[in-house]
Design a binder for this molecule. Structure first.
Ligand SMILES: [Zn+2]
Length: 131
């Protein structure tokens, strides 16, 4: 089962239509393609814990000021047992994250969830970043 756009939008496109720009929509489309390639490699359903965040929502939950979630470039997934983080770390080791163009927030900083995004940080040895 694929990750869907509506899971990432969380109905916020209807709650905050003025924040839901063409750019945000295009970013989410691009993000989704890569997330689903990752998801296919994982082979296990992934459930979105936080997708697109309009400004109001991002402030309410105390997200980073220029969070990539606000631009539709990032998505968090539930990971209570750390299995998804383990897999994502392994994918980075194999160079698969770089191949896909996905970036992983250091799982040591995200206990209970996994953050993946498509913000370009240039050519690095590892696609794990620290916030
Ligand atoms: Zn995140």
């Amino acid at each position: 089962m694929s990750i869907t756009k509506s899971e990432i939008l969380m109905n916020r496109d209807k709650q905050f239509p003025e924040d839901y720009t063409q750019e945000v929509s295009d970013n989410i489309d691009k993000l989704l393609i890569l997330l689903n390639k990752f998801r296919d490699l994982y082979g296990i359903p992934m459930s979105v814990s936080s997708g697109w965040r309009p400004d109001t929502i991002n402030k309410k939950i105390g997200g980073a000021k220029k969070s990539n979630h606000m631009k539709g470039l990032a998505c968090d997934f539930v990971d209570k047992d750390g299995k998804l983080a383990e897999f994502a770390l392994e994918m980075d080791k194999q160079g698969k994250l770089k191949e896909l163009g996905l970036w992983l927030e250091n799982p040591e900083k995200t206990k209970g969830w996994v953050h993946l995004d498509i913000k370009d940080r240039g050519d690095r040895k590892s696609n794990i970043f620290n916030p």
